[in-house]
Ligand binder design. Structure first.
Ligand code: HEC
Length: 336
């Protein structure tokens, strides 16, 4: 895909979305009636969910705003970071920040009929999303990612270190949630991702993780030494797509905050067919957990002892250097 194809296509997102719109033009429509029903001014019959404890939230936000403190000798210290992030997310601290006017689709949703069976498929990056921006993040966007992309500065300054975003998610497509008052509901099982900016400490520019129902800290490593789940740490996996943006590894746009010219996608939601497996899961997540080859040996193999008896010093289980768990066996690549 040629990301520079159009003069006004400043961000990779434009290219991705143009693809979605081109498909949409061929088939269906976005249901404008239900999209209007998502606007916040319709939230009269419910109580918006607000941060649970303002003072505590401020403390947590201050702690999180220095992501370099969660890295030691090239390793992400998830034991330090995860409890703070989890409390911040659980208390909905980010719901004090500026946010997208509504949730939105991030890709098309199709139905196909094959051999008499209807099947749904979601071709999105991030399910149905609504993003919340910390004040420094929002101030950067206002100047550098205006709704009218042609007014964006040619050479935007770096996003300030400590700027944060939370992207809440729901099962696609948006059409499924017609009439939902987004201020009054938490994310469903799709959860949310949390990102903090720091392009000095991380080559990816971001540090963060997923949080939602069923979350458990990726610390300590489980006996099976699994890879960390959803981008915990310096977001290398997330860069697969986000590195396609022109600056800051982010697709943010005031378009979503203002609810103006928000991108729409083809939606074929047929009642009563099971929800699609997220495209993301199909292409990005490993089909099964990596199995260990064998258990660690607690003692010397007999033939080894026989051969090297008295020839070498024999460290035992307590004194030998351990291999690091695969779970944490990566090194954070520093930024600028
Ligand atoms: C398959 C490509 C892809 C991957 C992988 C991906 N993203 Fe995204 N992400 C996108 C696109 C495209 C958007 C913009 C969607 C929109 O606004 O409609 C986006 C939007 C976001 C946003 C909202 C702000 C912004 O930049 O628009 C956040 C936050 C985000 N992604 C975080 C993450 C995190 C964290 C990961 C890794 C766990 C990740 N993403 C992995 C493609 C991807």
């Amino acid at each position: 895909m040629n990301l520079q194809a159009s003069g006004s296509a400043r961000y990779a997102q434009s290219a991705v979305v143009v693809m979605g719109l081109a498909i949409a033009a061929g088939f269906l429509h976005a249901n404008s009636r239900s999209v209007k029903a998502q606007q916040p001014n319709t939230c009269r019959s419910c109580r918006p969910l607000k941060p649970a404890d303002d003072a505590r939230c401020k403390q947590l936000e201050t702690q999180l705003s220095k992501p370099a403190q969660f890295v030691y000798r090239g390793q992400a210290q998830l034991d330090k970071y995860e409890p703070i992030m989890a409390e911040f997310m659980e208390k909905l601290c980010y719901r004090a920040w500026p946010h997208d006017s509504s949730a939105r689709d991030t890709g098309p949703y199709t139905a196909t009929l094959a051999g008499g069976v209807l099947k749904a498929q979601a071709y999105n990056q991030h399910a149905v999303s609504r993003v919340w921006y910390s004040p420094p993040m929002f101030a950067w966007m206002e100047k550098n990612r205006p709704e009218d992309e042609t007014r964006a500065p040619a050479d935007p300054p770096a996003i300030p270190i400590g700027a944060m975003m939370v992207k809440e998610m729901w099962t696609p497509p948006l059409e499924r949630w017609a009439g939902t008052c987004w201020d009054c509901v938490k994310p469903d099982g799709s959860g949310a991702v949390f990102w903090i900016r720091d392009d000095q400490t991380f080559s990816t520019g971001w540090f963060g993780s997923w949080y939602g129902p069923g979350w458990s800290p990726a610390w300590p490593a489980a006996a099976s030494n699994p890879l960390t789940g959803s981008g915990e740490g310096a977001a290398q996996f997330c860069s697969n797509c986000h590195a396609a943006t022109l600056s800051g590894n982010t697709f943010v746009s005031m378009r979503n905050y203002e609810g103006k010219n928000v991108h729409r996608f083809l939606t074929q939601l047929v009642p009563n067919i099971p929800a699609a497996t997220p495209h993301h899961e199909l292409v990005a997540l490993p089909p099964n957990r990596v199995a260990r080859l064998g258990e660690a040996l607690y003692d010397y193999d007999e033939s080894f002892s026989e051969t090297f008896k008295a020839k070498l010093a024999a460290p035992d289980w307590t004194s030998v250097d351990r291999m690091p768990s695969q779970t944490y066996d990566d090194v954070v690549v520093g930024g600028k």
